[in-house]
Design a binder for this molecule. Sequence first.
Ligand code: ADP
Ligand code: MG
Ligand code: ZN
Length: 502
Amino acid sequence: MTVTDLESYEDALSVYDPVMGLEVHVELGTKTKMFCGCSTTLGADPNSQTCPTCLGLPGSLPVVNAIGIESAIKIGLALNCEIATWCRFARKNYFYPDMPKNFQTSQYDEPIAFNGYLDVVLEDGETFRVEIERAHMEEDTGKSLHVGGATGRIHGASHSLLDYNRAGIPLIEIVTKPIEGAGARAPEVAKAYVAELRELIKALEVSEARMEQGQMRCDVNLSLRPHGREKFGTRSETKNVNSLRSVERAARYEIMRHAAVLNSGGTIVQETRHFHEEDGSTTAGRIKDNAEDYRYFPEPDLVPIAPAREWVEELRAGLPELPRVRRDRLKSEWGISDHEMQSVLNAGAIDLITATIDEGAPSDQARKWWMGELARASNETGKELADLGVTPAQVARVTALVAEGSLNDKLARQVLEGVLAGEGGPDEVVEKRGLKVVSDEGALGAAVDQAIAANAAVADKIRGGNLAAAGALIGAVMKLTRGQADAKRVRELVLEKLGVQG
Ligand code: ADP
Ligand code: MG
Ligand code: ZN
């Protein structure tokens, strides 16, 4: 990797305005591929999910996947797009070893959905409208695995392996219009847009949109133009950025790099770039082909798509509650601030919390455990909350045990710790670790007596009216019961035994 000159972010923005374009590819969660009946299940043996059509063998013919079309229309509608009354697939011709047909079946000048927008909420609560140029249908390519080199890249590899299981899996590509006017917040807008889009896709249940698994990937186009200039600068296109944080970093890096090149009198070449997770940098890929180099032409083997208006309206009426509306509703139901809701979203906890509430937990308790103890565990292990191995039902059970008084917060934390460690469900952990609030009044009374005897001076202070000193005795009782007492009840007992009014 070569060291690249960068302008400071502030200096770059004092001279230039960034213009961005985001292209997001979403792999649909259909059972079968876009143009054949092959399965799309992940993790199968290489090339076990292929057929003459997705291998591009002579004489094979594609048949379009109806769920693929339906999903594309749903996405278009949710993005406030117009839905084409008539559109076609097109062949995008280029050679690449992981694309066995030698062309990608895509859409070109006749996308299924166009002219929409998505409103995204920034961290300060302000709404920014990102305009959508188009959402079109296409298919994924296979995967190449370069073997024998140190980096997994083709350079230095002794040979390459090809797996066509992914070839032909339906993709929806969503392309924004140029995003102008975001200024220094351009990277934040990029991240917020991809985050909002991901929520939308998940709400529509057309894909799980897991970025870390490549089910959703973003190309970040970016150019700079001097303040006051109308004409766009030349863009770079950072490909396949696959986390929200990386989208933000890639945009930021490109702003600093473009500014350094332009300030030194250089010119930006229109090229693709690779993003590097380790240091947030980008490096040059290939010089970008023009559309004419792809020799796009209408796909002769597939009939045009003309979705009936009644069908489109039926799909529109059947759209689920969209993420923004749902967020606003939950925010008021839970009685939390914008800022608190933002933390819930950042933690990816909204569905887990709602599921925990559905299992019977009060909303403040559900939020407290997911955003507290479990968020901490997620930070420590680097795992997503959803992948920690604790279910909403288990968290709800813990809150129920606290509510009925068999656990206090401290014990509840230990129970969750046990569940996280794979010791079983909450009741099992309580059983195995012997975690239960000592609710046996006799045992508790004995512990209080013992603490008073051992701390005679403190007891005298309390008798003399210094109620603040009670903390020390309560602490002593908690120690004697290994934390397994209800602190409120202990306080009552201490005061009662010392003959003071609480
Ligand atoms: P390509 O097929 O070359 O990637 P697309 O039109 O599919 O082209 O996508 C280009 C993306 O970049 C779009 O989101 C578009 O709005 C955006 N864009 C176009 N020109 C510029 C520019 N000069 N600077 C920044 N973004 C741009
Ligand atoms: Mg592109
Ligand atoms: Zn197939």
